[in-house]
Ligand binder design. Sequence first.
Ligand code: SF4
Length: 361
Amino acid sequence: MDNRITVIYGDEPKKMTLSLLQEAGPEKEIPKGSKIGIKPNLVNSAPAESGATTHSGIVEGIVEYLQSKGQYDITILEGSWTGASTKEAFRKLGYEEIAERYGTKLIDTKKDKFEIKEYNGVRMEISRTALELDYLIDVPVLKGHCQTLMTGALKNLKGIISDGEKRRFHSMGLHKPIAYLNKIIKADFCIVDGICGDLDFEEGGNPVSMNRIFCCTDPVLTDTYIASLMGYEAGEIGYLSLAGELGVGSTDIGNAEIVELNRDESKTKPSPSRMVRELSRLIDEKDSCSSCYANLIQALMRLKDNGELGKFERNRIAIGQGYRGRSLSCPGIGNCTAEFKSHAAGCPAKTMDILNYLRSF
Ligand code: SF4
């Protein structure tokens, strides 16, 4: 595990994944012939554009990249949430097609054999296929969650336990069992689908275009970075801080090396999400980049959670390249608004910096 997080911006999942892996080179750590598992998030069969599920192009990119580097025994494995059919998700979302085209295995962990594992007195049924892997690649979606605030790499492993266990995890409040599960079985490499995750709900419905994919070998650091992109501190997410305390990985985002492979050059497009549109009422946008705008939306969501949006009803927030060189007194986001009376610096401005700036405005 190292403290590097590599980020790529764009909206072409497969191409971005190939570039990211070329840079990160995970195969250097994987002996030839290893059993590699790829675990996407297919909570249900809603399309990736809804914010709920992993873009199949990312998994296709991973498989294609690994096969270009050597002989591996690759399995794509997932178990949708208790009310949904994994088979349907595999079929509808293009995973059956990938397995067929590249000759990988496709395992519905709901139908797998399970082994009982225990950590600190908590027993859980875990997919045997997952336990027998030599190397696990975790491919979560960056999104919100009604109970745990966010979901990312650590929580994505819930897809390798039995349905009964998933229900029991909920009855235990999720945080402790998720941290313990990751103590028993840990992802070796995480690639996060941050192209369009959901703002507040695991099952999608309020997608926000964040136009980025990133990777890291530490699942705790991965989730800490996701938390920061959503405007949370690691300490606010129970399972994340617990996993850090248990030594699953590091929450020290301040000392992480964040490497951005490119700049986001895409422009913000109107969102289909009711929630995003509602937050957008407070924004005056002129030619803003998608990533900067998405970070602002995430920050506004945190302010909304705490009832702190009122002051912007009459003092709308400016963002975008159309504000370059202008001198205004309203709140400004990003280096494009550097001539304003005050602004949140950065290009793109970071969610946490936007949040702190807007709180103090
Ligand atoms: S500050 Fe940078 S990322 Fe943000 S809108 Fe301006 S050019 Fe785009």
